[in-house]
Design a protein around this ligand. Structure first.
Ligand SMILES: [Zn+2]
Length: 283
């Protein structure tokens, strides 16, 4: 395979009717897909898809926004709002899923302060730590979701700071920060922890990510779609899917003044090192 989408959600209801077509298109475009669970139902579904399709892998976990009952509007997530009922983290059940050979990491887990609610911060932290301990236990890497609050048009770094402290204290496994949206100082801290940073189609429009992309070394970058959200240019506004990943790779090349081929091979190597360093060599 030539490309990898390290953070997709073909396990979501948005693909219920045509997931097989979507995954076939990814296969035809030579894109390996890692579907990420966000609660127990979507985690199980991610494992099912990994069992069914050879170049599809899974990650299992409870997204921080699903640790509380909450509503998420369309603007917040770039299309398609949803309601979360809130779930508890059943370590044993996730451990059972995590023992599947095609489960390549634990997550997406972390801290989401986008809609600041100080009471739920503690619950988020507690569940985040449970994920880290599970990852340490099963010796699989972490897929991190860290999102900060927006305060009067400036962005706070509190979620990144808190996550950093927790990871530094608890984590004994490698990690990737999904949809990285921190500044250069935050990137430096996570790179010092040994983390890789992954970027979505959001980098194909707007200049917000250029400075951090230029700063981060090529051997620490990964590509993701986060589909069905944030489709890259020229598909912006459409439902996103893994076959669009070359647009992300190409844009990283433009920003870093590297050829798309150099970026592509570096990302495959980075993914191999992070997720497939053990027995899996099908990438
Ligand atoms: Zn996600």
């Amino acid at each position: 395979m030539k490309y990898i989408d390290i953070h997709a959600h073909v396990n979501f209801a948005a693909f219920r009717d045509d997931y097989a077509d979507v995954l076939k298109r990814a296969h035809d475009a030579e894109v390996t897909v890692i579907n990420v669970g966000t609660k127990i139902g979507t985690s199980k579904r991610a494992v099912e898809l990994a069992d069914e399709f050879p170049d599809v892998y899974a990650i299992v976990g409870l997204h921080p926004i699903h640790t509380e009952a909450s509503q998420h509007d369309e603007e917040e997530i770039g299309g398609r709002g949803f309601v979360s009922r809130g779930e508890l983290f059943d370590s044993l059940e996730y451990k059972k899923l995590a023992s599947n050979k095609k489960v390549v990491a634990i997550g997406e887990c972390g801290l989401d302060y986008y809609r600041l609610n100080s009471e739920t911060k503690d619950i988020q932290k507690e569940i985040f730590i449970k994920h880290i301990r599970l990852a340490n236990d099963v010796e699989k890497p972490l897929m991190l979701h860290i999102r900060d609050a927006r305060l009067n048009d400036s962005v706070s770094n509190q979620a990144y700071e808190d996550a950093y402290e927790i990871l530094k204290r608890e984590a004994r496994v490698p990690m990737n920060v999904h949809f990285f949206a921190g500044n250069v100082a935050v990137a430096r801290k996570f790179l010092d922890l040994g983390a890789t940073l992954s970027f979505t189609g959001a980098i194909t429009y707007g200049k917000n990510y250029e400075e951090v992309l230029q700063f981060a070394p090529l051997d620490r970058l990964l590509s993701e779609t986060d589909c069905p959200f944030v489709a890259p240019h020229p598909h912006r506004g459409e439902r996103n899917e893994p076959m669009f990943i070359p647009h992300v790779v190409e844009k990283i090349g433009v920003v870093k003044s590297e050829s798309a081929e150099t970026v592509r091979t570096a990302i495959m190597e980075n993914a191999r090192r992070l997720f497939f360093s053990t027995s899996l060599s099908t990438l």
